[in-house]
Design a protein around this ligand. Structure first.
Ligand code: NDP
Ligand code: GDR
Length: 366
C-alpha cells in the first residue's frame, strides 16, 4: 500500500522533475529523517520516505512539509508503507522509486529500551540493515543501476566502553543490544561495499539533538521538564545517571554530513562529532540556569533509569570528516541547550492554555 503525499520546500522547486535526484529515506518520521528531508528538498531532490503502520499518526515531524497527494505537480516528498522487518516491501519500493541515494535511518533507537526488547532491536537495527543492503544488491543486479549510493546510520554507542577520543580507527566495545546491533549493521555495510562494490558509507554519528528529539532521550526529557516546571505544569524530574558524558551536537548540522558522505568519489566511513563532551549534570546546569532555575531543586534520581551496562564517556575526533568532507558543526553546546529550552518553554505555554481551558490534565507528570 502506498500513501503518497508531497511537500514543497521554498527552494529547490526550480529543478525540473526529470533532473531531480531521488532519495529514499527509511526512518523519515524520526528526528533525523525530518531534518534530512528538509535538507534534500532544499537541494532540489525528490524525497521518498518509508513509514511504518501505527495506530496513531506518526508523521508529526514532517507534517509541515506534507502536501496533499492530490496536488501531484507539487509532489516532492512521497510516503510509502514499509518496515525494516519486511524484506519484500524494501525491494518493492526500490524497484518502484528507483532512488539515486538510500539513507537507512530507521531503528529502534533507544539504548535503554533495547535491554527490554533485545530481540526486536536486533531484528530492526541489525537484520533490518542487512535486508535493505540485500535489497539494494539484488535491485542493482536486476536493473544494472550500479550508481545507487547507500548511507548507514551508525552510532558512537558502538565505541561503548573504549575510552575517548574516539575516531574511525577506535575499536568497538558495545554495551547494549542496540549498540551490538549497530556494530553488526556497520560490518554488513562494510562487507557489501567490499563484496559487491556497492557505494555504501557508515556515518558514525555522536549524539545529536534538537527541539524534535524524542521526549524520552535525556536532553529532551530535561528541556521538556524545564519548560513545564517554568510554566508551573510540573515540579519534579526523575533521572538516572547524571555523570555520563556525551558529545552532543545539533541534528540539523549532522544530516549535512550524511549527504556529504554520499557525494564523495569513493565510499568510506566517517565519525561526525563536535569534539566536546559534557555530563548530563552540565546539561542540567545550562538548561535550568537558562530560565533562572536551580536544577537541584527539581531533579530526583530514580534507579529505574540506570542501565545494566552504561557508556560513561563519549567524545569524538571528527578530523577525517572535517578534512575530507569539509564538514563542521555550526551549533555549539550552550546554543543547542538554549534552543531546545526556548522551544520547550513555548510548547509548555501552549499546553498551559489547554490545561487552563480544561482540555488536558496537568498532572500527567509530578
Ligand atoms: P528516531 O528514534 O527519532 O527515529 C527512528 C525512525 O525509525 C522513526 O522514523 C521510526 O518510525 C523508524 N522505525 C523504527 N522502527 C522501524 C521499523 N521496524 N521499520 C521502519 N521504520 C522504523 O531516531 P533519530 O532520528 O534520532 O536517529 C536516526 C538514526 O540514527 C537511527 O538509526 C539511530 O539509531 C541513529 N543514530 C542516532 C543518533 C542521535 O543522536 N540521534 C546518533 C547516532 C545514530 P516511527 O516514527 O514510526 O517510530
Ligand atoms: P544515548 O541517549 O543512550 O546516548 O543514545 P540518551 O539520551 O538516552 O542517554 C544519554 C545518557 O543520559 C543518561 N540518562 C538518561 N537517559 C535517558 N534516556 N533517560 C533518563 O532519565 C536518563 N538519566 C540519565 C543515560 O544513562 C545515558 O548515559 C542516543 C540515541 O539517540 C542512540 O540512538 C544513538 O545511537 C546515541 O545517542 C549516539
Amino acid at each position: 500500500m502506498s500513501s503518497t503525499g508531497s511537500g514543497s520546500a521554498p527552494n529547490g522547486e526550480a529543478t525540473p522533475p526529470s533532473q531531480r535526484k531521488v532519495a529514499l529515506i527509511t526512518g523519515i518520521t524520526g528526528q533525523d529523517g525530518s531534518y534530512l528531508t528538509e535538507f534534500l528538498m532544499e537541494k532540489g531532490y525528490e524525497v521518498h520516505g518509508l513509514i511504518r503502520r501505527s495506530s496513531n499518526f506518526n508523521t508529526q515531524r514532517i507534517e509541515h512539509i506534507y502536501v496533499d497527494p492530490h496536488n501531484a505537480h507539487k509532489a516532492r516528498m512521497k510516503l510509502h508503507y514499509a518496515d525494516l522487518s519486511d524484506a519484500s516491501s524494501l525491494r518493492r519500493w526500490l524497484d518502484t522509486i528507483l532512488p539515486d541515494e538510500v539513507y537507512n535511518l530507521a531503528a529502534q533507537s533507544h539504548v535503554a529500551v533495547s535491554f527490554e526488547i533485545p530481540d526486536y532491536t536486533a531484528d530492526v537495527v541489525a537484520t533490518g540493515a542487512l535486508r535493505l543492503l540485500e535489497a539494494v544488491r539484488s535491485h542493482i543486479s536486476a536493473t544494472g543501476r550500479s550508481h545507487i549510493r547507500y548511507y548507514q546510520a551508525g552510532s558512537s554507542e558502538m565505541f561503548g566502553s573504549t575510552p575517548p577520543p574516539q575516531d574511525e580507527t577506535t575499536p568497538f566495545h558495545p554495551r547494549s543490544p542496540y549498540a551490538a546491533s549497530k556494530c553488526a549493521a556497520h560490518w554488513y555495510t562494510v562487507n557489501y561495499r567490499e563484496a559487491y562494490g556497492i557505494f555504501a558509507c557508515n556515518g558514525i554519528l555522536f549524539n545529536h539533538e534538537s527541539p524534535r528529539r524524542g521526549e524520552n532521550f535525556v536532553t529532551r526529557k530535561i528541556t521538556r521538564a524545564v519548560g513545564r516546571i517554568k510554566i508551573g505544569l510540573q515540579r519534579k524530574l526523575f533521572l538516572g545517571n547524571l555523570q555520563a558524558s556525551r558529545d552532543w551536537g545539533f541534528a540539523g548540522d549532522y544530516v549535512e554530513a550524511m549527504w556529504l558522505m554520499l557525494q564523495q568519489e569513493k565510499p568510506d566511513d566517517y565519525v561526525v562529532a563536535t569534539e566536546e563532551s559534557h555530563t548530563v549534570e552540565e546539561f542540567l546546569e545550562v538548561a535550568f540556569g537558562h530560565v533562572g532555575l536551580n536544577w537541584r531543586d527539581h531533579v530526583a534520581i530514580d534507579k529505574r533509569y540506570f542501565r545494566p551496562t552504561e557508556v560513561d564517556n563519549l567524545k569524538g575526533d571528527a578530523t577525517k570528516a572535517k578534512k575530507v568532507l569539509g564538514w563542521k558543526p555550526r551549533v555549539g553546546f550552550e546554543q543547542l541547550v538554549k534552543m531546545m529550552v526556548d522551544q520547550d518553554v513555548e510548547l509548555a505555554k501552549k499546553e498551559k492554555v489547554l490545561v487552563d481551558a480544561g482540555y488536558i490534565d496537568a498532572q500527567q507528570q509530578p
